[in-house]
Design a protein around this ligand. Sequence first.
Ligand code: ADP
Length: 622
Amino acid sequence: MFQHRQLPRLILLVLGFAALAGGAGLLAFRYSLAVGMAELQATGRHRLDLYAASLEREIDKYAYFPTTLGLERDVLQLLSAPTPERGEQVSLYLEQLNERAGSLSIYILDRAGRVVATSNWRRADSFLGEELAFRPYFRQAMDGGSGRFFGIGTTRGEPGYYLSSALSDEHGTLGVAVVKVGLKQLEKSWGPVEAPALVADENGVVILASVPSWKFTTIKPLDEATRSAFDRTQQYNRQALHPLGVTELADLQHGARLVRMPAVEPKTVAMFPVAGTFVAQTQALAGTSWHLTVFSSQDQVRGDAISRAAIAGVGAAFLFILMLLLNQRRRHLSDRLAAQAALQRAHDELERKVAERTADLSAANRRLQREVAERTQAERTLRAAQDELVQAGKLAVIGQLAAGVAHELNQPLAALRTLSGNARKFLARGNHDTASGNLERIGDLVDRMGRMTAQLKSFARKSSGQPQAVPLRRALDNALFLLEQKLKQSGAGVSIDLPPQELLAWCDPNRLEQVLVNLAGNALDAMAGLPRPALEIGARSEHGRILLQVRDHGPGLSEEAGRRLFEPFFTTKEAGQGLGLGLAISAGIVADFGGNLSGANHPQGGAVFTLDLPAARDTEHD
Ligand code: ADP
């Protein structure tokens, strides 16, 4: 189905198609016709030359006949002194001559135009003795020495060509010799003609024609004077002399004309067309006043031109269609190329965008990596700082401890001295049992001191920071041991509430102890100077977590302390008493192990700090 906007294009195409085919056909027709016509004229001219030459040759053959008769003594004698015997003798001679020559008749006229001897003397219709002075050929010969005349015989009505020649002796003209050549004889010379041809005499009367019905027609109008002259000379023996009816259509080059020949009735059977449009070419016949005209049919040329025009039209149409198809194909190809190019462009654009995004991503990735590296570095620095602080914190505690430890060790050392001194005395007295009892106690005391120093050593050691399963009870014991001095000074009662099974937290033991020391230390600080200080420590395992609470019976957290509890350097303690770093570091340590530290006021007074740590797998059975 055509779209509306395609309709004008379709009409244009059809018009172009028609114009091209029509134009090509017309051109081919014109060209072919021109070439054909030129060829036709050349052929016509050739035929004209050929026919004229053979006709002239035929006429010339007879032309010398009458002249040679003037050389015959018998003939001259007959004319100068006519006798019946001489007449008969000459007639016999003429009869033989006529027979040999194939002419219609040969005869001799005396000066008065009377026939004195004739080749047809024996025949009933012989014109011997006839008066023929009225015939133009007689007058022409008498006046000019020779004559030529076409005419129809008065006696037998036979058309022929009369060739006459004056017969003279030394005294002057004696008479005229005439030979009449039949038209058939002349026509023979044309042989098998290939085209219609005719010979018209000076009056325009057709005397020879390859089409029988054309004979004795006229090719130019006759006026009345001419017609009456014909009657007088009986030239055409009262033939009707109808016009042939040639219509002149156009003058062509070199004297050729385009004519239309009428249809002949009844239809003449001929080897060539006799009616229709012809190229007529005319030429004068030498030695006569006749004109030979050859007609070459234009039908063949026209037919050829029409078929060539048709071929050219079809060819042009075919070419047009071919061009359309090629154009269509070209357009199709260029569309495809354009689509491909568009696709390529889209593809390139996509690739460009992907490359851009990749570049963005890798830039972002690099940035991220840099940030991570920076962060890691920062964390490392922080961790180092934290370690340092922890260490510093420990050293501070150790500093505090030193006095306590010295005091602690002094007691067993004094006991050791006493016990060892007593043991020596008992040994000297022979009281071995008591001595051995003393030595046993000495051993216990040394063990206790060893444990104390071992704990101090482990506390002073820098931790690896790697999480492991840490028994909560031991961590608590260690922490309280470190605070032993402080506990004694404060006089606080410590109650520990732990479930019977071992609680294992997943963290670093040193750091956990550090946190516990810190929480318990703060609690003792808060209760310093109060009448009944009491420290309550409880722990339980819950959903894979270890929850430990340190509660005191101090004044609790003030509003500001509650807000800024974990802020570094926040402290309410006097200078030299606290740095305000304990809870900040503790919270950091707890967070490192995936735990949480929070502080709040207990409903029954005092502060309670809750430590939430991941449990090691061993204790995940609750
Ligand atoms: P420092 O003990 O050196 O002051 P901390 O970070 O351990 O540093 O504690 C910060 C502050 O939090 C303390 O100065 C105190 O005001 C408050 N605080 C800590 N523990 C308690 C507690 N158990 N009861 C009351 N206040 C406390």
